[in-house]
Design a protein around this ligand. Structure first.
Ligand SMILES: Cc1ncc(COP(=O)(O)O)c(C=O)c1O
Length: 396
């Protein structure tokens, strides 16, 4: 790797390349079957309707190509969208972002001091871990379980020891990577802790709208809109290339976050805001989401069937209620990093080994795999899982 001839900021020395970056090189092979990244299926992007919306917008409104304040009518669509999750909010609390990644990034800048204290689950979305790096925070890690999520008693212990975190970050529905939904009891308890110990919660919710079963719970922000900051996105329910999302925040923070956002990218792409607004105006969204959920549910079930065919009595997993992933747990003696290496070389199948999501340097979860089920059609899912099963037989 080329060395810089000038000094880079100190934090860059602690910056390892992310799982995503490392996987991207391998994933450029067109013959590879990938269960690795959190890609929504491009087959279901509503591109034809988008083309019609774009053409209408561009012909009627030149200002859609101009710097613009956040589009009020889009905020109003988001307010209505959130009602479907059991949340009453208002346009004043909606803050448009350039995707959930930016939302989380702005909140971290708002809340975290350099070397500040943060409590995280052992298994945390790697994109969020990247956001924290420049702040060199003191991180308190609580165990995560693939059965029922983070260990709330461990969180209580840390709080009772006097630690006051700048925030607690979590994904309650379709957790990335563990792919669970947090129980209602834990949601209530977490919000109660936030109120008692006065720390905010960043609720990252890219997968709450992608639900495949009944019995969905309201997002955390429905329990408390003062201590919970909600981060939403159109990436997984429309298309990630739009780079458009939103936060739900107390109104008094809008100015601070607005100034951080302006420093970051001035405004979320105006044309994309207009596109999504027009798409909602034309009343296509509900049908689109219903179709997406139906198709993803089929793919989720195909993965479950493929795992049943190839891994029954050899591994554990739950068929997830939300999101894009299934978490597969092999017996403890298996090393999924070794399996991945062999799999890429001999069968051209990719997935992410479980310990690569760890906040600490531990190898907890090195016998686990995160498998995406949205990016491949059912036949390819069966083929890929069969290949992984073969690789495992060859490696051990
Ligand atoms: C938990 C989580 N948060 C945020 C993101 C990024 O979302 P966006 O494309 O809206 O920035 C992802 C993408 O995979 C994710 O899994």
């Amino acid at each position: 790797m080329q060395q810089s001839k000038f000094k880079l900021a100190d934090w860059t020395a602690r910056n390892k390349s992310s799982v995503m970056e490392r996987m991207l090189t391998a994933l450029s092979d067109p013959d590879l079957i990938s269960f690795a990244l959190g890609l929504p299926a491009s087959d279901f992007f509503p591109s034809e309707e988008f083309a019609r919306c774009f053409s209408r917008i561009l012909l009627k409104n030149k200002r859609s190509l101009q710097y613009q304040p956040p589009l009020k009518s889009l905020k109003s669509h988001i307010v209505n969208l959130m009602k479907t999750r059991g949340l009453e909010t208002s346009e004043e609390n909606i803050f448009l972002t350039t995707g959930a990644q930016q939302g989380a990034n702005l909140l971290v800048h708002l809340l975290l001091d350099f070397n500040g204290d943060v409590i995280l689950e052992e298994k945390t979305y790697t994109g969020f871990q990247q956001v924290l790096k420049p702040f060199a925070p003191r991180i308190f890690v609580i165990p995560s379980s693939s059965k029922d999520g983070f260990d709330i008693d461990a969180l209580v212990k840390i709080l009772e020891s006097g630690v006051r975190p700048s925030f607690f970050y979590t994904v309650c529905d379709g957790h990335n990577p563990l792919s669970l939904n947090l129980s209602i009891a834990k949601r209530q308890k977490l919000v109660e802790l936030a109120r008692t110990f006065k720390f905010p919660i960043i609720e990252d919710d890219p997968y709450g709208f992608l639900s495949y079963d009944e019995n969905q719970f309201p997002p955390l922000i429905a329990f408390d809109s003062e201590f919970v900051f909600y981060v939403g996105t159109f990436s997984k329910i429309l298309a990630p290339g739009l780079r458009t999302g939103w936060m739900i925040i107390p109104e008094y923070l809008t100015a601070q976050l607005g100034s951080l956002k302006e420093a970051s990218d001035i405004n979320t792409g105006t044309l994309n805001q207009h596109l999504i607004n027009e798409y909602f105006d034309s009343e296509n969204f509900d049908l689109h989401l219903a179709k997406l959920k139906e198709e993803y549910k089929k793919r989720r079930n195909s993965l479950n069937d493929a795992l049943n065919q190839n891994f029954i009595n050899r591994a554990q997993w739950q068929n997830p209620s939300n999101g894009l992933f299934t978490w597969l747990e092999l017996p403890p003696e298996f090393d999924t990093e070794k399996i991945l290496e062999h799999s890429l070389k001999t069968r051209k199948v990719a997935f992410i080994p479980g310990h690569l999501f760890n906040v600490s340097d531990s190898r907890i979860g090195s016998n686990c795999l995160r498998l995406n089920f949205t990016n491949n059609c059912p036949d390819t899912i069966f083929e890929g899982i069969h290949k992984i099963a073969k690789v495992i037989e060859e490696v051990v």
